[in-house]
Design a protein around this ligand. Sequence first.
Ligand code: URA
Length: 305
Amino acid sequence: MEERLQKVLAAAGVASRREAEEYITAGRVKVNGKVVKELGTKVGPNAFITVDGHPVHRERKTYLLFYKPRGVVTTMKDPEGRKSIADFVKDIPQRVYPVGRLDYNTEGLLLLTNDGELAQAMTHPSHEVNKTYEVTVPGIVPQDKLDLLRIGVKLEDGMTAPALVNLLGYDYDKNLTRFTVTIHEGRNRQVRRMCDYIGFPVRYLRRVMMGPLTLTGLRRGDCRELFNEEIEELRAACGLKRDPEKKPAAESKPEKKAKPAGEGKPKRTAVAKPEGRKPARPRFKPEEKPAKRAEDGKPKRIKKV
Ligand code: URA
């Protein structure tokens, strides 16, 4: 199937669609050895494309949901030799990369993909998707401190947008308070800094939800491909149109939710557990349940101020 050149470049992770258009009009892109400056030029699946003389590798779009454990860096390689994401996706032939990041000591949900367009849309400030974190801090957190997070706090890089905060419970034995924070911004160490601001430094941090995606069914270090429906929900959550290559939901949706992105069953990766293992149950104790979702099953978008 022929596709527009800028779309092929974006899908290959070379640049966003708009940047790809700029590359094309600037004469930096060649198709089968010829400079193509016309936007909208369509190319077939076997066209040999270069940008600034570098070949563009066209891969199947891949979307992996990864449960990053603590003590793993959110890069594909670490110069200091620490464990990185690459250690968990060794069997994946596509060059996926993480969308956003989690601190070394934060665990939880990460999306890995080679879809440059989706990655860019998800991290763009104008439509960043909601991210929910489960936070554990020492001591009893008074409501007025949680209210500060709800209103927004002043960090060195500016006020934070209002956050959704849900108190999960207090553990008397361990003297720990647990709550969830839902934000749509993606500033560096934001949740930790917000908690520092209210005087309750984070003891434990885990991302449990990102847009429509949750950790349910994954154990630390597990990875699975997204279902087509999840990809479409994610595209919608960050303002992208339905992918025309994907069948409409009604057609692609199986009786039970079982169809993955691409063919066959969702694959687990290098860290796949032996066949027949039951999928992990969500690991929340009743008092640790993540923030209640809205009735439609999705966290509400928090309005920016
Ligand atoms: N906020 C943080 O403080 N750390 C993370 O890893 C993610 C969000």
